[in-house]
Design a protein around this ligand. Sequence first.
Ligand code: GDP
Ligand code: MG
Length: 162
Amino acid sequence: MTPVIALVGRPNVGKSTLFNRLTRSRDALVADFPGLTRDRKYGNGQLGDKVYTVIDTGGISGDEQGIDAAMAEQSLTAIDEADIVLFMVDGRAGVMPADQAIANHLRVNQKKTWLVVNKTDGLDELTATADFFSLGLGEPHPIAAAHGRNVTALIDEVLSPF
Ligand code: GDP
Ligand code: MG
């Protein structure tokens, strides 16, 4: 069985950047503005002898309130399809209301969820992650998707049960 990893989170936190790094493809468009990726995108990646599938999602609007409104349907579908959820937040933005709404959904979901704090390049990892303990999803994992910081170590850990 190939494990499936879903990337979820607000627009602009770096999901497509991580997708590209994990799949080494150019299929997922990365842009400087949020909300460009409208549909789910699938890619395959490999770490050592382990093959995995990654799902990129367009993100969940930060402007909406409430779980049903805040969770885009495609993100809910991606979570259903996944074995592992990487919930990405922006270490530079800090905790946003939409992060809290998504976290509330993921806490009651049965899927194994990893809280991933992106954009920690140039930041102290402890300082950048400290606020995100408040999301109630356990230890935040600092990465920099654009630069590869901690990405291989994270995926190695995430895939260890598979
Ligand atoms: P998405 O909307 O969640 O898919 O986010 P994108 O992958 O499109 O990235 C949004 C913006 O954040 C782009 O300008 C990226 O270059 C930038 N970005 C992504 N990862 C990092 C990172 O690790 N560090 C920094 N500083 N910027 C990043
Ligand atoms: Mg994207």
